[in-house]
Design a protein around this ligand. Structure first.
Ligand code: APR
Ligand code: PHB
Length: 388
């Protein structure tokens, strides 16, 4: 098989890139090692910022998102036993976010790709990439017991944090990473949301977040020990801890838990996102702690720019287009990382329970909430206003 761009990974990044390249008339093929059902079921953070929604609309990919997405024009912030609604729209200069599960977006992208007559190769096992400088680039993989070979001019590594592309471009152990000394336990349940807008809480016992997927399904998270396992968090423990952190005035009756997962908190940014004819995009190039839900939005921003860079390279002969993309993507990744860490630091309790540190955090929150200038900057970053 032969193509122009071989895309490794059929998550949101790989699927969106395939759709956009197809529209530009650039031949491409997605290779995904999991099954289609597995990819579509994968649960991740589910909030799109203003820039992502605007781009998906402009690309004609927001039909279901516009019908089923839950607009977030504000958010609730809870600290010192009080709740304050932050008017994201007013404070960010007219921007907002939309809650929409990543699995729903993955389904929409898969359908849009199928409508254009393309489909990823699912179950492509043991993908091996040739040297980044090689031309053409040879990708080999196994499917249903047979060996396959894909010859391509370029490779887009959209294979997430654990795929082979990150290592090929950065070497084993390349890039900068940091792990935080706590995790999240996340629960999906048949519980109506406590508010139509997200609630973020700082409590000396730890962070809490109440998000949702519909008006009957909630997605809730609690800060927990770095090494905690899902079995450590029975439903009773989870909900009583949620109640303590949100306070007695937040009323809810927990419904059936349909899924429980652990989220390890870490950040990673590659040293480089391009080497020879191989480029990285999305989680392959960077991962952020989920506190500000920036991961998917950074991925969408990468793909928007990467598809445009392929156009410049292939139709305008701009030889520097991929290097240019990689440089901008790294800058954006660090900016997303900086905001994600700021928000994480602001809202998470020190695992030591140290009252001195906890009071410092509460005082920082007081300052942020009392300053319209600081709040406005925060809301602009949170809603992706700068990227719009
Ligand atoms: N071969 C083929 N495919 C692979 C391989 C491999 N060796 N390794 C991983 N993959 C696939 C995964 O199965 C997955 O479907 O690459 C895809 C990567 O998808 P994501 O991890 O979702 O990454 P990306 O598409 O960049 O999307 C970014 O993911 O982590 C979240 O918060 C992040 O929401 C953001 C989104
Ligand atoms: C989610 O709905 O999964 C979600 C929303 C906002 C966040 C993180 C996760 O900051």
């Amino acid at each position: 098989m032969r193509t122009t761009v071989g895309i490794i990974g059929g998550g949101p990044s790989g699927l969106l890139l395939s759709i956009l390249l197809d529209r530009l008339g650039i031949d491409n093929q997605v290779l995904e090692h999991r099954s289609r059902a597995h990819v579509q079921r994968r649960v991740r953070a589910g909030q799109l910022d203003h820039a992502s929604v605007a781009f998906l609309r402009q690309a004609g990919l927001a039909g279901r998102l516009d019908r089923l997405g839950l607009p977030q024009r504000g958010m609730n912030l809870r600290w010192r036993d009080q709740t304050r609604r932050i008017d994201l729209e007013a404070l960010s200069g007219g921007h907002s976010c939309t809650v929409y599960g990543q699995s729903a977006l993955t389904c929409d992208l898969t359908n849009a790709l199928a409508a254009s007559g393309r489909s990823p190769v699912y179950g492509a096992e043991d993908i091996r990439l040739s040297d980044p400088e090689s031309e053409p680039h040879i990708i080999t993989y196994r499917k249903d017991g047979a060996e396959h070979r894909l010859e391509c001019r370029f490779v887009a590594g959209c294979d997430g944090a654990h795929g082979p592309a990150r290592r090929l471009v950065n070497g084993a152990g390349g890039g900068s990473s940091k792990r935080l000394p706590f995790s999240w336990v996340g629960v999906l349940s048949e519980t109506p949301p406590v508010s139509p807008e997200l609630t973020y809480a700082y409590h000396p016992r730890g962070f809490a977040l109440w998000s949702m997927r519909s008006d009957t399904v909630s997605r809730t998270y609690l800060q927990c020990g770095a090494e905690d396992q899902a079995e450590d968090w029975s439903d009773d423990r989870f909900w009583s801890e949620m109640q303590r952190r949100l306070g007695p005035d937040v009323d809810f009756s927990p419904g059936k838990v349909t899924e429980r997962l652990m989220v390890r908190m870490q950040g990673y940014v590659a040293d480089r996102m391009q080497l020879g004819n191989v480029v990285l995009a999305g989680d392959a190039g960077h991962t952020v702690p989920p506190s500000a839900a920036k991961g998917l939005n950074l991925a969408i921003a990468d793909i928007r720019e990467l598809s445009e860079s392929f156009r410049k390279l292939l139709f305008e002969g701009r030889q520097d287009a991929l290097a240019d993309y990689a440089q901008k993507a790294l800058k954006r990744a660090w900016a997303g990382q900086a905001f994600s860490w700021q928000m994480t630091d602001l809202l998470h309790a020190p695992p030591s329970g140290d009252p001195f540190e906890s009071n410092l955090k509460l005082t920082r929150l007081d300052t942020l909430l009392a300053s319209p200038e600081q709040l406005s900057l925060f809301c602009r970053d949170y809603t992706g206003a700068e990227a719009a």
